[in-house]
Design a protein around this ligand. Sequence first.
Ligand SMILES: Cc1cc2nc3c(=O)[nH]c(=O)nc-3n(C[C@H](O)[C@H](O)[C@H](O)COP(=O)(O)OP(=O)(O)OC[C@H]3O[C@@H](n4cnc5c(N)ncnc54)[C@H](O)[C@@H]3O)c2cc1C
Length: 382
Amino acid sequence: MGFLSDELLLTIHDRAAGYDATNAFPEEDLADLRAAGYLAAFVPEEFGGAGLGLEAIAAEQTRLAAAAPATALGINMHQIIVGLGRHLVRNGNPRGKLILRDAAAGELFGFGISEPGNDLVLFGSITEAEPDGEGGYSFTGTKIFTSLAPVWTRLMTFGRDDSGEDGPHSVFAVLHREDGGFTIKDDWDTLGMRGTQSNTTILEGAHAPEAQILTRTVPGPSSDPVVFGIFSNFEILLAATYAGVGQRAVEVAAEQVKTRRSVKNATVYANDPDIRWRIADAALAMNAVGPQIRELARDIDAGVDRGPIWMPQLSAAKNAAAEASLRAVEQAVRACGGSSYYTKNELSRLYRDVLAGLFQPSDQESLHGAWANVVLGPVQTD
Ligand SMILES: Cc1cc2nc3c(=O)[nH]c(=O)nc-3n(C[C@H](O)[C@H](O)[C@H](O)COP(=O)(O)OP(=O)(O)OC[C@H]3O[C@@H](n4cnc5c(N)ncnc54)[C@H](O)[C@@H]3O)c2cc1C
């Protein structure tokens, strides 16, 4: 038994197909998760939360994703920011306390990093961050895939400040929804993960006063706790979420092959050695994922510094989870055959949902670039 009850997860699971079909935000899921204390589950007790660590919240995200992938991926954004708050507090950035207190008070955090065509992702913004002269900034630009768009009350975002004589800087801040300065487009109509409602957000001079600025730092992979806090919590919690999708596919396939019958063999497919091998293959792929997530999460919880290998290893865990989950869903579809192609079959939704993991950061291009640098060093010019 985890933090979220099996009963609640069953209720959330029962609603998932409906939210997917109607392309709607899972309002009832959010209300139930809020009532269960999930928005503050990852907040330390001293700040008014339940005090789960990263390893424990990652396990909850896996369970939630097995019940409803899109609901889990949406709420994952909030948990990432809470994780950032924890990391900041541990590293002496006082803005972390604001995040944790807000989360304990019921605020819901969105994650406004991604921008159209910007493959620097966290390491450089094309949104303008204009200083207000009092330590605050106004943000103007386009953020894409902003999950929780209908409901977030706080949005962590970043932009680029070119105004100083010290060169370009990334400015990370928390916007308050009630302060306005942005428009949310109604453009979320996607293949999968439909319940995240990750609409495009146009920042039109959205203002964060000085008290809401998390850091101003040089762009690029950096040791700034804001950058590492986002990166580490993002990769681990994304891995945990996709792990839930793959695990669920194994469960669904195992159920379905017990009733799918073969005319040729005069028995159910669960007794067919080829099908047994496929489902075992899916389970094996998923079995390799959990230990990696847990080991990294434990080190983050313990404040271990792995040095320059940290970021590549964090990206690798996300990649391993996304790829294993895709393989597990594929094997499940092959084992269950034609029935899995019908919309009413959960596997068809899991297949659509799992595909988003392939291009969510870190994608394989940036992952392999980072690992090539680890193994070979930078590209040499002749
Ligand atoms: C389900 C889901 C939820 C997500 N939730 C979040 C979230 O909450 N917060 C967050 O920050 N990120 C989120 N992401 C975004 C994700 O992190 C990636 O950044 C995103 O998938 C874009 O990656 P890309 O580089 O492959 O796409 P891109 O190549 O950047 O394409 C994305 C969009 O931008 C358009 N585009 C590309 N280039 C240009 C250009 N030059 N000019 C104008 N438009 C252009 C494309 O047509 C496309 O519509 C989410 C992703 C998914 C799939």
